[in-house]
Design a protein around this ligand. Structure first.
Ligand code: MG
Length: 371
């Protein structure tokens, strides 16, 4: 019997409200005050622990209440009493136990892999196929409706060595988007710029607005229109020279099949929270690469715990070549929930090499932020 052949005996959940430093506006919704997440802890017979985070956004993937209920009521019976070694079988049962709730399933897989990694003394990326990179370039999103505040953040990012920003557009008028792009080009000429509409544009006039943005030649333009407007995504893509990326249109491998078939994008935002786990996120990236598309590692409103799951996933996925967006732990939360700082220096995220996810949440903080 191997070390992983021991049962999962503990299954604990926390619904947290974690304060953030500013309001952020996106095409389809605002965030401010705090972000709500669900943390799962699995405990093995031998006393090892594994952690995972569900980071829902109600207007995007679903509500924290739904993620909590999915884990607490529908998924729990398929986990407790099962062997740590049977993680793929547990994930398959969880997928059938409750529809959607992809963030809850991502939390479960993170916790299973963290637990298996801690028991066997290897990092999660080793369990996902092995490491292809030690660092991941960081992109920080600019989404503050107060542009002066974002300019202050930009100055800090330059000081910190961050080389990529993603400008959130389409939540105010077109002139505001153009003005910010002009100032970025003029005052921060070394910064690589990407643009994300978060589905913010009405179909009428969307193509023309995106063409105006494309004139600034950002590295890519992401999800200008609603997720189900596949035809319009394809039409916009054909009308610009800048790569068009899909985010909300592509959750898991099933959507990726359709995105490739209908030619809606040149690349995709890969997120464990959308895909429903780390392995399914890897699958999305590999499908994209097979179709000649690029991919980057996106995130939701996460703490460092969910970031870590994403970091290990990207560290083991060479097909994700456009970096990551795991900036919240350092730049958006008032306080992160990890025992140590999320590893992010010099414009990159450093891939942890310790067992499991490499860093654990601080249990006292989980109690402090509990709803
Ligand atoms: Mg996006």
């Amino acid at each position: 019997m191997g070390a992983l052949d021991q049962n999962i005996v503990g299954y604990d959940l926390w619904h947290l409200s974690v304060p953030v430093v500013s309001v952020r506006d996106h095409g389809i919704g605002k965030v401010g005050g705090a972000c709500e997440i669900v943390v799962l802890r699995l405990t093995s017979e031998g006393g090892e622990e594994g952690f995972g985070e569900a980071s829902p956004w109600s207007v995007f993937t679903g509500s924290p209440e739904a993620a909590y209920a999915a884990l607490d009521r529908y998924i729990r019976p398929f986990v407790v009493g099962r062997s740590v070694a049977d993680s793929a079988a547990i994930m398959a049962d969880a997928a059938r136990a409750v529809a959607f709730c992809t963030d809850a399933k991502a939390a479960l897989e993170s916790a299973l892999l963290d637990l298996a990694g801690r028991i066997s003394g290897v990092p999660v990326h080793a369990l996902l196929g092995g490491r292809c990179r030690r660092e991941i370039p960081l992109s920080v999103s600019l989404a503050n409706p107060d542009w002066a505040a974002d300019r202050e953040l930009l100055a800090r990012l330059v000081d910190d060595g961050v080389g990529i920003v993603k400008l959130k557009t389409g939540f105010k008028d077109h002139a505001f988007d153009l003005l910010r792009l002009e100032e970025l080009a003029q005052d921060f000429p070394t910064m690589r710029v990407r643009v994300d509409f978060n589905q913010g544009l009405e179909p009428d006039g969307a193509t023309r607005r995106v063409q105006d943005i494309a004139a600034f030649e950002p590295e890519f333009i992401e999800q200008p229109v609603l997720h189900h407007h596949y035809d319009l995504m394809a039409e916009i893509r054909a009308s610009i020279d800048v790569p068009l990326l899909a985010d909300e249109s592509v959750f898991g491998p099933e959507d990726m099949t359709r995105a490739v078939r209908e030619g809606i994008c040149d690349g995709v935002s890969v997120k464990t929270m959308k895909a429903g786990g780390l392995v399914r996120a890897q699958t999305v990236a590999r499908m994209a690469a097979t179709a000649g598309m690029t991919a980057y590692g996106g995130d939701m409103f996460e703490t460092g715990l969910a970031h870590l799951a994403g970091v290990h996933m990207i560290a083991a996925t060479p097909e994700i070549g456009l970096g990551c967006e795991f900036y919240q732990a350092k730049y958006y939360l008032e306080t992160d929930i990890l025992e140590e700082s999320f590893p992010c220096e010099g414009g990159s995220v450093q891939v942890p090499s310790g067992p499991g996810l490499g860093i654990r949440p601080d249990i006292e903080k989980l109690g402090h932020f509990r709803v």
